[in-house]
Design a protein around this ligand. Structure first.
Ligand code: FAD
Length: 555
C-alpha cells in the first residue's frame, strides 16, 4: 500500500530527477542522435536511486505494492518527461506481468525480487513479424526436451519484432507455442542462440531501444516455463490487458498535457495583431480548450477504471480499451494542435512539441492499435445491448438524468442525451444487421467510448463538487472549472453520437426516410439544443487555463 504522501513524494523525485538529468536540450540531442540513455533508465530502476519499478512490485517481493491508481499517476508523470524513457521503464513492467499473473511462487520470488533488488530490466516479447494484432498467428515454437520421460527443458526458436528494451534488457518474457499452446518463458540475455538486431530507426520515442530478437534453438530449463503449465500464455496476457492498457492511456494523457503545457504559456507571450494569442477565441477555442476537454474526459475514465480494478472488479479489459483509445487519440490531437499553436516555431525541434507529437504517435499503435480497441469495445458492448434487449445505454442514460437532477451543472444532462442516442443507434444497427459491416462495428466502438467518457467526466465533476474525489486524483482544476470542462465534452459527445451514428445507419441502409425524420426530431434536436451555452463555457475554461478573471460560465 502506498499512501498519498509517498505517491506525491515519488512523483516529486521523478520531476526533480528529470529537471537535473533530462533538460530539453539533452532530450533534443538524444532524440537527434537516436540514442537510448540506458544509464538514465538504469538509474530510474536502481533501488538505491529513484527505484521507480518498486512501485509496481508487490511488497512481499521487496517492492512498494503500488496499486493501479498509483501506477497510472507514475506513468502520466513519466510520459510528461519523455515517452521513450517511459516506454523503457514500462517494458520491465510489461515483461514482468506474465510473472505477476501466472508464475509459480518460486518463479515470482526469483524474478520479481531481482527486478526490485537489482533493478534488472525486462523486455516483453510477444509481437512477431507475422503476428502483430493477431497474436494467435504466433510462429515461435518451444519444443520439449525430454529425459527419462520427464520434461527437463525447452528449445525455443523464432523471431520477435519491435521489442522495447530488445537490445538492452537483462531478461525477456517470450511467448512461444508449446504442444499445448502459447506459453510464456523467461530467457536471459546472453543465452546461447539468442541475439538481437540493431535498434530500429523510429519516427518517435527515439530514446527507447526497440529491436528485433532472434531465437535459434535457445535452451531453457523447464522452470523457465511461467506457471509450470503449458498453454496458459494468451490467458495470462489477457488477464492484465485492462491494467496495461490503462498505463498506455496514462502515457497518452501525460504526453498530450505536456504538449498543451508548452502551447498555453507560449500563447500568452506571442503577440499577433496587437494582442497575445491567448486572448484570441479563434485560437484558444480551436487549439486548446477542446483538447483539454478530451484529455480530461479520458482522465476521468482512467481514474474510474483504476479505482474499479483496485476494488477487485476484475481485469476490466473493455474499460482499459476505452481508456486507452480515448486518452491516446486525445493525446495525439493535443500534440498536433500544439504544433499548430506554436506556428512555425512548433514545426522546429527546439520547441519540443514536434518531438512530443512524434513520440505520442506510438500510443495508438502499441499495446493494441486504436482499431483493435474499437473492435474490442464494440464487440463487448454489443453483447450488453443484446442481453438487455437494447436497454443497456438507456438505463445508463437514466442514471445520468438522475445525476443531472442533483447536479445540474456537471454535464450529466448532455451525457444522458449521448447515451440515449447511442442506445437508439445500436438498436437501429441491430434491426438492420449493420454490424456485418466491420466499419460500422468499429465506428460504434468510437461512439461508445465518447458516450461512456462523457458519463465518467460528469460523474467525476459531481464527486469533485461533493468533495468526494479519490485523494490521489489529479486536482489541476477546481470543481467549477471541471464542471465547465465536463459540459464542453458532454456536448461534443452528444453531437458526435447523434450525427455520426445517424451517418453510419443511413450509410449502411439501416433506416427508412420516415424513421429518419423521427430519429432526427427526437435525438438530433436534443443534441443540438444541448449546445446552448457552449461558447460561454469555453470562454470560462480558457479564462481558467490562462489565470484570467473569469467571466460567468453557462452554468
Ligand atoms: C516502438 C514500438 C515498440 C513496441 N514494443 C513492443 C514490445 O515491447 N513488445 C511487444 O510484444 N510488441 C511491441 N510492439 C509491437 C506492437 O504491439 C505492434 O506493432 C502492434 O500490436 C500492431 O501490430 P503490427 O505492427 O503487426 O500491425 P498490424 O497488426 O499488422 O496492423 C496494421 C494495421 O492494420 C490494422 N488492423 C490489424 N488487424 C485488423 C483487423 N482485424 N481489422 C481491421 N484492421 C486491423 C491495425 O489497427 C493497424 O492499423 C512495439 C511496436 C513499436 C512500433
Amino acid at each position: 500500500m502506498i499512501t498519498n504522501k509517498t505517491l506525491k513524494l515519488s512523483l516529486k523525485s521523478l520531476r526533480e530527477f528529470a529537471k537535473k538529468k533530462l533538460t530539453d536540450q539533452e532530450l533534443i540531442d538524444l532524440d537527434a542522435r537516436d540514442e537510448c540513455p540506458i544509464e538514465i533508465v538504469r538509474e530510474l530502476c536502481n533501488p538505491d536511486k529513484i527505484g521507480i519499478q518498486l512501485l509496481f512490485i508487490p511488497e512481499e517481493f521487496g517492492g512498494m505494492g503500488g496499486n493501479t491508481f498509483d501506477v497510472y499517476c507514475i506513468c502520466e508523470e513519466m510520459a510528461r518527461i519523455d515517452l521513450g524513457i517511459a516506454t523503457s521503464v514500462l517494458a520491465t513492467f510489461l515483461g514482468s506481468d506474465p510473472i505477476t499473473v501466472g508464475a509459480t511462487p518460486e518463479q515470482k520470488k526469483l524474478w520479481l525480487s531481482r527486478i526490485a533488488d537489482e533493478g534488472i530490466l525486462f523486455a516483453y516479447g510477444a509481437t512477431e513479424p507475422e503476428a502483430g494484432s493477431d497474436l494467435g498467428a504466433l510462429r515461435t515454437v518451444a519444443e520439449r526436451v525430454i529425459e527419462n520421460d520427464k520434461i527437463i527443458g525447452y528449445k525455443i526458436s523464432g523471431n520477435k519484432q519491435w521489442i522495447s528494451n530488445g537490445g538492452v534488457a537483462d531478461a525477456y518474457s517470450i511467448l512461444a507455442n508449446t504442444q499445448a499452446g502459447p506459453s510464456w518463458f523467461v530467457v536471459e540475455k546472453g543465452a546461447k542462440g539468442f541475439t538481437h538486431d540493431e535498434p530500429e530507426d523510429k519516427h518517435g520515442i527515439r530514446l527507447s531501444n526497440t529491436a528485433a530478437l532472434a531465437l535459434d534453438n535457445v535452451y531453457v530449463n523447464a522452470d523457465r516455463l511461467l506457471g509450470g503449465v503449458e498453454g496458459q500464455g494468451l490467458l495470462q496476457a489477457q488477464a492484465v490487458f485492462g491494467y496495461t492498457r490503462l498505463m498506455v492511456a496514462a502515457f497518452g494523457l501525460g504526453a498530450g498535457w505536456a504538449a498543451l503545457d508548452r502551447a498555453i504559456p507560449y500563447s500568452t507571450k506571442r503577440i499577433q495583431a496587437g494582442a497575445p494569442l491567448s486572448e484570441k477565441q479563434g485560437y484558444t477555442h480551436k487549439l486548446i480548450v477542446p483538447n483539454v476537454a478530451r484529455l480530461e474526459a479520458a482522465r476521468a475514465y482512467i481514474e474510474e477504471t483504476a479505482e474499479r480494478i483496485d476494488a477487485g472488479e476484475g481485469s476490466l479489459n473493455t474499460e482499459g480499451a476505452i481508456a486507452k483509445y480515448m486518452a491516446t487519440e486525445a493525446g495525439n490531437f493535443a500534440a498536433d494542435a500544439s504544433i499548430q499553436a506554436l506556428g512555425g516555431y512548433g514545426y522546429t525541434h527546439e520547441y519540443m512539441v514536434e518531438k512530443i507529437k512524434r513520440d505520442v504517435r506510438i500510443t495508438t499503435i502499441y499495446e493494441g492499435t486504436s482499431e483493435i480497441m474499437e473492435m474490442t469495445i464494440s464487440r463487448d458492448r454489443w453483447q450488453l445491448h443484446l442481453k438487455t434487449r437494447g436497454q443497456h445505454y438507456h438505463d445508463q442514460a437514466k442514471k445520468f438524468e438522475e445525476l443531472h437532477a442533483r447536479h445540474p451543472n456537471v454535464g450529466a444532462g448532455s451525457a444522458a442525451v449521448a447515451l440515449h442516442a447511442l442506445a437508439e443507434v445500436m438498436e437501429k444497427a441491430r434491426l438492420a444487421r449493420l454490424t456485418r459491416y466491420q466499419h460500422i462495428l468499429f465506428r460504434l466502438g468510437e461512439l461508445i467510448a465518447f458516450a461512456e467518457c462523457a458519463g465518467s467526466l460528469a460523474r467525476r465533476a459531481s464527486l469533485m463538487a461533493e468533495n468526494k474525489l479519490n485523494e490521489k486524483a489529479n486536482r489541476r482544476f477546481d470543481a467549477t472549472t471541471l464542471a465547465a470542462i465536463s459540459r464542453v465534452f458532454a456536448r461534443e459527445a452528444a453531437l458526435k453520437v447523434t450525427q455520426d451514428g445517424l451517418r453510419w445507419i443511413v450509410g449502411g441502409g439501416g433506416i427508412s426516410d420516415a424513421d429518419l425524420d423521427t430519429f432526427a426530431r427526437r435525438f438530433a434536436s436534443a443534441a443540438h439544443r444541448a449546445q446552448a451555452g457552449l461558447i460561454s463555457d469555453m470562454d470560462f475554461v480558457a479564462d481558467t487555463l490562462y489565470g484570467r478573471a473569469q467571466r460567468a460560465s453557462a452554468a
